[in-house]
Every structure is written in C-alpha cells, then in structure tokens.
Design a protein around this ligand. Structure first.
Ligand SMILES: [Zn+2]
Length: 404
C-alpha cells in the first residue's frame, strides 16, 4: 500500500475512533427523549378539589432595548406563544436615552401576559430585578439602596447573580434568582458542544442542555441559610436570562438576513426552565395577581424540558389550617404539621429542613412528612427514570413552607 494511502487510512480510523463518544452521547440523548415522552404519557390530571390554577411562565428576559441582544418584541411574543407560556417577566437593562422598562413589552399579546421590569446593577456587586421596572437617574447605587427604593414603592425585588453579591443583608427583598440559565450555560465546553452538535443538534437540540445542566448547589445553600436564620422569608425564582444573542448572523446593508444561526433562541430558552405560579381558582391572571403570587412565594421552579411539572403542589396542614408553598404555618394543637407533596408523575421527592435533607420518598407521585419541629421546609423532585444523564439534577425546586 502506498504511503499516502496508509496515512489516509490511519487518519480515517482516528477520526472514527474520536467520534465514538459523540455517537454514544447522541444515542443517550435519543434514549432520554424517548424516556421523557414515556413519562409524560402517564401524567395524572389534577384532582378536582385542587384549590389552585397553575400558570407557567418565564422570568428575566431581555430584548434589544438594553443592548446585549438582537431580540425584537415580535421574536419574544412568537416564542412565548409557541411555547404556550402564560406570562413573561421582561427585565431590561437601563439605557442612556430610553426608559427601557417603559418601552418594553407589556400587557397581553397572543394570549401571553407581559410584565415590564428592570435589571439594575448594584455598585457593590450583584443585580436587582425590579418589577414593574424603574428608571434610575443615579446608576451607582449599592444593592441595599436599590432594594429600599423598589420595596418603598411596592415593587417586586429579586436579587440576581447571587455569586456576585457581597452585601447579604440588603434589606427586605422578596426573592433570589437561585438558578440562571445563562450563567449555567457558561459551563459549556464548546469543543465538546461542537461535536455533540454535529451529531445531535438536529434531532435533539433542546436536550444538549443536559450536558451542562447543574444543580445550583451554592445558590441553594445560600438561600437555605438565609431562610434558616429566621429573620426573613425569601423565595426562589429561576431566570432564563434570555437574550437570543449567541450565534452567527450575516445581513445585507438593508438589514435583510442572509444567515441567522442562533444557539439560544428565545423559544428554546423558554422550554428549558420556568416558574409556575399558583393562583386561587377563579382569580384571573393579570399583572397584579402574578406579582402578588411571586411576592408570596406561591410559585415553584420547574425544568419543564424534562416534563410539564404543572400540577405540582407542596402544602401543609396543622389540623386547623392548610397552607401552600410560600406560606407560614404554626405547629397545630397536636404539635405537628403534615407536609404533603404531589407531582403529576411518579418521581423521587426529597424534603429539606433548613437546607438538610430529612426524608426521601421514591417512585411515588405523592409524599408526606409529619413534622414536630419548626423550620423551613422545601422539596426537590427528581425524575430518576430518565436515566443517569439527569443524576443529581432536579426537575422541580419548590418554594418553602415556614413552620413556626
Ligand atoms: Zn439579564
């Protein structure tokens, strides 16, 4: 055999061997996709006496108004409608010449409720999401001043980018963004993603997320510690931080697009993770009811990419009163509270007290825990039946019930 033929043959064999792991990863994504379809085919309907309606939507979305993004209002409305979201909370960066939270999407479009908010950078680290949004004349305020302004005006105040926050007593804020999809996506190994993309992008683009999805251990620990300290009731939200700004685009001078490849289109981001908000049955979803539910922690985080979590409930009963996640309840006459969690499919539910796992219930759609001690109780839900790609990666993160 001629030398060049040998070299070509060796190179070809090396190429084949180097691609084997990616072919296997594509196969695993295929199995995951099939398992998700199977799990979702067994969803149980909500019981008829369920006192809540469940609305799924997204929090922390940018358009082109505040820079960093090329997304138009049309792009966002179209994606939200395609993903059948109930609501979108816009969080625009301030801009020099435009009041971005005034100019962004608001009201109902294509059946989706849009709430305009702001993402403000604190001079001492971290960000604050303020909803409805505000325009600041002074752009160098510390986090506590931003919180004071937002809460003084009765707005929702959510601390974002917790790993950048230095002042952890910034006042009476409502919630922490414990999960941020954009921050998590920085864990992407682009060399691996390139080859994974070659093999798996077309059939399983959405599921490439599982390669980098990580439970936000540090943020959850911080959140648990703040609540366990007992001074405040702080809730959790997930942020999509959707910009639709990662990719490659070529356009003519007239603006006509010749090529437009986006790795993070809005519709994909909106499918991955959502906040589900609970409203008492009969209450219409509007800006007021949505913000009130978020302020009271009547919500939970769900990675709906792995299955629609709608119908998940975490409630408490002390014999006299019943409460739902976000609420406070006292130990009843018998000195106990019964905590109950219910999911739309069989799963593994893990109960936490003050950040420590205290009980695990496997292979069941319902779980109960009777407690005799005060504490901050919350639930994480795992879909072990989806296989090892999701090991240690929660499907649902509930808000807490505060047993006093
Ligand atoms: Zn942002």
């Amino acid at each position: 055999m001629k030398r060049w033929k040998k070299i070509t043959l060796v190179l070809f064999c090396l190429l084949l061997v180097s691609q084997t792991p990616f072919v296997y990863r594509r196969y695993r994504l295929g199995r995951l996709s099939a398992a998700i379809t199977e799990v979702n085919s067994h969803r149980a309907p909500a019981p008829p006496d369920d006192p809540f309606d469940d609305y799924a939507g997204v929090f922390h979305v940018h358009s082109s108004l505040g820079g960093h993004s090329t997304g138009t209002p049309d792009d966002i409305v179209r994606a939200a409608k395609a993903d059948r979201l109930a609501f979108v909370v816009m969080t625009e960066h301030p801009a020099a010449l435009v009041n971005t939270s005034e100019a962004t999407l608001r009201g109902t479009h294509e059946g989706v409720l849009f709430i305009p908010g702001s993402e403000l950078a604190a001079s001492d680290g971290g960000r604050l999401f303020v909803v409805p949004g505000i325009e600041l004349s002074d752009s160098s305020l510390p986090l506590r001043d931003l919180v004071a302004r937002a809460k003084g005006e009765g707005r929702l105040a959510v601390v974002g980018y917790p790993d950048e926050v230095r002042d952890w007593q910034p006042g009476d804020y409502d919630a922490i963004e414990v999960y941020n999809l954009y921050t998590n996506s920085k864990k992407i190994n682009y060399a691996l993603l390139f080859f994974d993309g070659l093999w798996a992008y077309f059939p399983y683009a959405d599921f490439l997320f599982t390669d980098f999805y990580e439970r936000p251990d540090g943020n959850l620990k911080r959140w648990d510690e703040i609540n366990a300290a007992g001074r405040q009731r702080i809730f959790a939200v997930a942020g999509n931080d959707a910009h639709a700004n990662v990719g490659l685009s070529l356009q003519e001078q007239t603006g006509k697009k010749i090529l437009d490849l986006k790795l993070d289109p809005y519709a994909r981001s909106f499918r991955v993770v959502r906040n589900h908000v609970l409203l008492e049955k009969g209450w219409p979803l509007d800006a007021e009811s949505l913000l009130s539910a978020l302020r009271r922690g009547h919500s939970y985080i769900a990675f709906d990419l792995f299955g629609d979590a709608g119908g998940f409930r975490f409630t408490a009963d002390n014999g006299a009163d019943s409460r739902v996640m976000g609420d406070e309840i006292s130990l009843g006459a018998a000195g106990t509270v019964r905590l109950s969690a219910r999911a739309p499919v069989k799963c593994r539910m893990l109960f936490f007290r003050d950040g420590q796992a205290v009980q695990e219930v496997k292979d069941s759609a319902v779980a109960e825990l009777t407690v005799e001690r005060g504490g901050v109780y919350r639930v994480e839900v795992y879909l072990d039946q989806l296989g090892s790609l999701l090991d240690g990666k929660p499907w649902i993160i509930s808000n807490p019930i505060f047993v006093r």
